[in-house]
Write a protein that binds this ligand. Structure first.
Ligand code: F0G
Length: 457
């Protein structure tokens, strides 16, 4: 087979600014070893997130000019609404300014003390919005999903036996929703199989619990189903996505991922009463239901992006480029989450920096080393993000200590990715020099965004 090429040409470019290792040492110290506090101009290859960082297409930019900015009833909204309805099969579509705004609205209505939301793995903002409402989030990822080094086709699946036990223990009446995140971002960008979604739906139906999809990366997940699940090889990704959504009562979406938009999101659902409650909150916090915190031009860009992402040449290139980097690292012996996920490469920091205890945040230490050595910005998905304290202020670590290198869509070329592999491999060869970190300032929620750290002496 020939090389899978980027299925686009480049029409507009942005410069990358180079700096030295000495300069980066100072930048890292000034940013308190937290990549969120580094200025983007000081980053060579920015793999902090695939969210809102996509390159838009010429068609999307053309759509921007077509945006109708009317407060109510804009044709841009109706194009957006029709596109979402067509892809998801859900009749009620509510735009929001991004994914977490959709979450905030949904969990303000359905959450509250004594309620439990069960998921394969909740993303950090999803969990934070659930907890902020007073409710509790419970993750039940399948066993394969807990072992980064063991490959399996659908490591994002929910453990249905655990789900049944949770329902029994907490009571179905106290579980307003079950949520499946596709792909499972916090668990390595791993896909969920259609069979698993079907099984979860069956359990939900038996217990009268609605099922929602956190759909940020629905196209990548659908493409994995096409590649890996029996019976789907000859179906189009659009058909697969449509089937995936058919099992859900609703979804939350961040259009900053698989819609190639720089901002945007939505809620879609089937229940009119819930939709009306959501719209009432939307008007208070986001905007009128035909724009929901977005400009008409954003609605156009999202509608066009949602159709572009279903192009299978694009998805083939997308999934292959993540696999390409993953395989280069595996060949060099670097511990990575296997197999490759849909939007990011995940380094297993616990293995990579086995000499650093989890209390010293090996993931964050690795993030710092990658920046220092090669100007690459990544993010920790481990105990800095998900760690909690017990009553004695002792840290309860996260299940996994991962470092995520999220690949923005249509932004970097193969030589950028080769450079990233070279840097990671060099850091791996010199890993014994890397020191752990300790926190000296942190916020009570979502602390990883602003925490200040320093090296352990
Ligand atoms: N759900 C998932 C699975 C996500 O990955 C994100 C965002 C959200 C919800 C929230 O969406 O950012 O539009 O408010 N993930 C980004 C990331 C931030 O870097 O993975 P948002």
């Amino acid at each position: 087979m020939k090389t899978i090429i980027e299925p686009f040409r480049i029409k507009s470019v942005e410069p990358i600014y180079f700096n030295t290792k000495e300069e980066r040492q100072n930048i890292l110290e000034s940013a308190f070893f937290n990549p969120f506090l580094i200025h983007s101009k000081d980053v060579l290859i920015d793999l902090l997130t695939d969210s809102g960082t996509s390159a838009m297409s010429s068609n999307q930019w053309a759509g921007i000019m077509q945006g109708d900015e009317s407060y109510a009833g804009s044709p841009s909204f109706f194009r957006f609404e029709e596109t979402v309805q067509h892809i998801t099969g859900m009749p009620l579509v509510i735009p929001t300014h991004q994914g977490r705004a959709a979450e905030k609205i949904l969990f303000s209505i359905l959450g509250g003390k004594g309620k439990y939301f069960v998921s394969n793995t909740l993303f950090d903002t999803t969990r934070a919005n659930i907890e902020f409402s007073g409710a509790e989030g419970i993750d039940c990822i399948c066993e394969e999903g807990k072992h980064p080094a063991i490959p399996a086709p659908f490591k994002g699946n929910m453990d249905t036996d655990v789900l049944k036990k949770i329902i029994e223990k907490k009571g179905a009446a106290n579980i307003p929703l079950c949520i499946i995140t596709v792909t499972n971002n916090s668990g390595g960008g791993q896909p969920v199989s259609m069979q698993n979604i079907r099984e979860v739906k069956k359990i939900c139906t038996e217990n009268n619990i609605p099922l929602f999809i956190d759909a940020c990366r629905f196209a990548e997940n659908s493409y994995f189903i096409k590649l890996r699940e029996k019976g789907y090889a000859n179906k189009s990704v659009r058909e697969i996505a449509r089937e995936l959504f058919s099992y859900a009562d609703g979804c939350t979406m961040s259009a900053k991922k698989d819609a190639f938009a720089n901002i945007g999101g939505f809620l879609a659902m089937r229940n009119e009463e819930l939709a009306q409650q959501c719209r009432n909150l939307l008007i208070m916090t986001e905007g009128f239901p035909t724009y929901g915190g977005l400009a008409g031009r954003d609605l156009e860009a999202i509608a066009i992006g949602l159709n572009e992402v279903l192009d299978e040449h694009y998805l083939q290139y997308r999934i292959r480029s993540i696999e390409y980097l993953t395989n280069k690292l595996i060949a060099a012996g670097v511990p990575v989450m296997q197999p490759a996920g849909g939007h990011a490469v995940y380094l297993d920091a616990k293995e990579f920096l086995a000499h650093i205890p989890v209390e010293q945040y090996p993931g964050q230490a690795l993030v710092s080393a990658l920046y220092l050595h090669g100007g690459i910005r990544s993010v920790e998905i481990g105990s800095l993000m998900f760690g909690k304290y017990d009553e004695h202020k002792k840290m309860i670590p996260a299940q996994l200590e991962l470092v995520r290198l999220a690949i923005p869509r249509r932004v970097y070329t193969q030589s950028h990715i080769d450079y990233v592999a070279e840097v990671i491999i060099e850091v791996f060869e010199n890993r014994s020099e890397i020191k752990g970190l300790k926190i000296f300032e942190e916020a009570p929620t979502l602390r990883h965004f602003t925490a200040k750290l320093k090296p352990v002496e």
